[in-house]
Design a protein around this ligand. Structure first.
Ligand code: KG4
Ligand code: ZN
Length: 340
């Protein structure tokens, strides 16, 4: 098997990115993503628009992935696709496309859990990036997810903590909306946070038992705070924007790190891998470095293009399942609430 040259096509369409990637024996040959700009106008993803855009994008995106990889579709060994979780209308587009392509080519179809894929993206071959050793803790933080997962092997995973309301990226984006920033606001809040005073304003952290997270209270607290302050000073936001961003970031990173430390304490596992769009955040990266120095953690941060929603992470899971011979039946259906 090892000497064989395996080509896997991965297709991702769970939210607002239509993506396709070709992986050859664990190495990415192409990783194409069509972002849907349309949602920026609405300050969040509009499911109906997302599914329509996927229908328009999927054929050109898959074509481009094959072209960039320099292979033809007849060279593919399997088609891997995101089965869930995600938006039903969006998942259906990728699922039906993957099914018909695999069926037409007479090759295996491989379903992939999007949340597992965020974690297994760490196993893509990439110079300068180490693969985590088992067991490890994976913290997936993005606009759609906030989870801590205990990973014992490729497909033995247990969710030990997750958000009970908003995802951490949503906390960034909704705070940004209150401050009048564009969508998604995470990157700008992060940039400004580095220029401001994190202790300028204080927001209470939510009290949630165990390893679960909650972010909706923080959003409300920020909203009331801004309403109160702008009543006294209409220019409050513009005059204090960097400090407000720094204080929000300080609170959010504090919430994430408190739970991560608790997870390390409860499991005794000190290998920590992060994933999802928020893993680009400078605050979380700094906090992980401190964890390495202070607590002897080993941390893994993936290459950015493999950590936001992408299809290379779907293709790598497809490759790992292909090696195990785990294939899907032709009647497999999309599942919006698929669990790890
Ligand atoms: O993984 P992703 O591209 O898509 C999903 O949500 O699945 O993550 C996007 C999220 C957005 O909420 C965005 O604001 C946030 O990641 N984000 C950041 C940063 N870069 C992206 N949040 C904080 N700091 C950043 N540097
Ligand atoms: Zn995702």
């Amino acid at each position: 098997m090892a000497s064989e040259n395996i080509y896997i096509l991965g297709i991702e369409s769970s939210c607002d990115d239509t993506a396709a990637s070709i992986i050859n024996n664990g190495t990415v040959l192409s990783n194409v993503v069509a972002n849907q700009k349309i949602h920026e106008e609405y300050g969040g993803v509009v499911p109906e628009l997302a599914s329509r855009a996927h229908q328009q994008n999927i054929v050109p995106v898959v074509h481009e992935a094959l072209k960039k990889a320099g292979i033809s579709k007849d060279q593919l060994h399997a088609v891997a696709f995101t089965r869930g979780p995600g938006l039903m209308g969006s998942l259906l587009v990728g699922t039906s496309f993957a099914k018909s392509l695999a069926f037409g080519l007479g090759i295996p179809l491989i379903e992939v859990n999007h949340m597992q894929a965020h974690i297994l993206a760490h196993f893509i071959n990439e110079d300068g990036f180490n693969k985590p050793s088992f067991p490890f803790l994976a913290m997936t933080i993005s606009g759609g997810h906030t989870q801590i997962v205990k990973v014992s092997s490729y497909f033995d995973m247990e969710v030990i903590g997750e958000t009970i309301d908003d995802a951490v990226g949503e906390a960034y984006d909704k705070s940004g909306k209150i401050l009048g920033l564009g969508y998604p606001a995470g990157p700008e809040i992060d940039k400004r946070a580095q220029l401001g005073n994190p202790k300028a304003f204080s927001f209470t952290k939510p009290k949630v038992d165990g390893l679960n997270f909650s972010f909706s209270g923080l959003k409300t607290a920020i909203m009331y705070f801004i309403q109160r302050e702008t009543k006294n000073n209409p220019n409050f936001i513009t005059e204090n924007l960097n400090d407000i961003c720094a204080s929000i970031q300080y609170t959010i990173i504090g919430i994430l790190m408190d739970k991560l430390k608790l997870a390390v304490k409860e499991t005794g596992i000190k290998h920590i891998a992060i994933g999802g769009g928020v893993s680009a955040n400078s605050g979380i990266r700094k906090a992980l470095k401190i964890g390495e120095q202070k607590f002897g953690w080993t941390t893994y941060v993936p290459k950015f293009e493999f950590t936001t929603d992408n299809a290379a992470m779907i293709a790598i899971v497809g490759y790992l399942k292909y090696l195990e011979g785990t294939f899907s039946e032709s009647d497999v259906t999309a599942s919006a609430r698929l669990k790890i």
